[in-house]
Design a protein around this ligand. Structure first.
Ligand SMILES: *Cc1c(COP(=O)(O)O)cnc(C)c1O
Length: 358
């Protein structure tokens, strides 16, 4: 068996150590004679697994006590609707910064429930507009950002200051990539299939005072108050994804927590961007101050070689490097689970490809 380096944007790689542990525990979890996926979500054993996962996430991200953690279904896209439904209260307007494809999707979903004020939108999605230029509505229920645009590879280089207006941010592709100050946010959410584990869940970290304002029409499964009171088990949760996420949290704690993870991620990203910048054959479309640590798009000088690049990379065990169909070019997603040697292998391949084809 040979594992490949999978640069997919999501579902994405899961650490080998976590997959092996899941394999060992697959048929018999800790002497129970059951697989985790066969357990009742109301049983003592599963509840202990579930609670540990939440506690480990709180610990890893240093989530303050006045924030609830919810594990909900419907992925990040479910939250595009859940956020206006839960947070608008008696307000009519929400502010959105549009930095790319995922911001746009969040905006079009929110428009079903409220008036959306787009506070900033760069002419090209390769940068984050400076906050001084934003046209905010002081009466907005919240301000939404996509902290890391997975498709364009644009990451916020700062945390916006929004005063009394809660800051709500999509962290799907950058959660757990480095420490962040959770207290600056009203709500952080992320789909699990990028930097956590398998698909099937959204992690929602929400300040307590924002809970309890859901519109009467809000479906119960995405009502933060009902889910919070039910410990995210209003109905049967995605029990196996939850368990796998827990194994990833435990693993990240074991390897040194988010400080350590950030150190590795920064090194991985820096060497890849450096290889791109030093070549005349590859280029990065993103402004240097907002280049993502997690999703690295790059362009070949001769786009007629794109197909060959992807085919030859695959022969070298480097998979899923094509950019999103909406932007073209290449994209290497290098989440926490991509080992540094995987990035090294990609850089060597890129240099060899340039030498022989460039
Ligand atoms: C992948 C992604 C989404 C969509 O996630 P789903 O779980 O498929 O709904 C939303 N936002 C960002 C930033 C993403 O990367």
């Amino acid at each position: 068996m040979a594992r490949v380096y999978n640069f997919s944007a999501g579902p994405a790689m899961v650490p080998d150590a976590v997959l092996k542990r899941a394999q060992e525990e697959m048929l018999d979890w800790n002497g129970t004679g059951m697989s985790v996926m066969e357990m009742s979500h109301r049983g003592k054993t599963y509840v202990s697994i579930a609670e540990k996962a939440m506690a480990d996430l709180r610990d890893l991200m240093a989530i303050p006590a006045n924030y609830k953690i919810l594990f909900l279904q419907g992925g990040a896209t479910g939250q595009f609707a859940a956020i206006p439904l839960n947070l608008l209260g008696d307000k009519k307007v929400a502010d959105y910064v549009n930095t790319g494809s995922w911001s746009k999707k969040a905006i079009s979903e929110a428009k079903k429930y409220c008036q959306v004020n787009v506070v900033a939108e760069p002419a090209k999605f390769n940068t984050v507009p400076e906050q001084a230029e934003w046209k905010v509505n002081p009466d907005a229920a919240y301000l939404h950002t996509c902290h890391n645009e997975t498709i364009e590879g644009v990451e916020f280089p700062f945390i916006p200051e929004t005063g009394d207006v809660p800051l709500v941010s999509d962290f799907s592709s950058t959660i757990l990539s480095r420490p962040i100050d959770v207290s600056k946010f009203g709500l952080i959410y992320a789909g699990t299939q990028k930097n956590i584990g398998p698909a099937g869940m959204a992690v929602v970290i929400v300040r307590e005072d924002l809970i309890g304002k859901a519109a009467a029409s809000t479906p119960s499964v995405i009502d933060y108050k009902l889910q919070s009171e039910a410990d995210s088990m209003l109905n049967t949760p995605p029990t196996y994804t939850w368990y796998m996420a827990g194994l990833v949290f435990e693993y990240l704690k074991e390897i040194g927590g988010l400080e350590k993870v950030a150190e590795i991620n920064q090194r991985k990203a820096q060497k890849l961007y450096q290889a791109i910048d030093q070549s005349n054959f590859y280029s990065s479309p993103v402004e240097p101050n907002c280049r993502s640590w997690m999703n690295v798009p790059f362009i070949l000088a001769d786009s007629s070689l794109d197909k060959t690049f992807i085919e030859e990379a695959k022969k070298n065990g480097l998979e899923t490097l094509a950019g999103h169909r909406s932007v073209g070019g290449m994209r290497a997603s290098i989440y926490n689970a991509m080992p540094e040697v995987g990035v090294d292998a990609l850089i060597s391949f890129m240099q060899e490809f340039e030498r022989t084809r460039g």
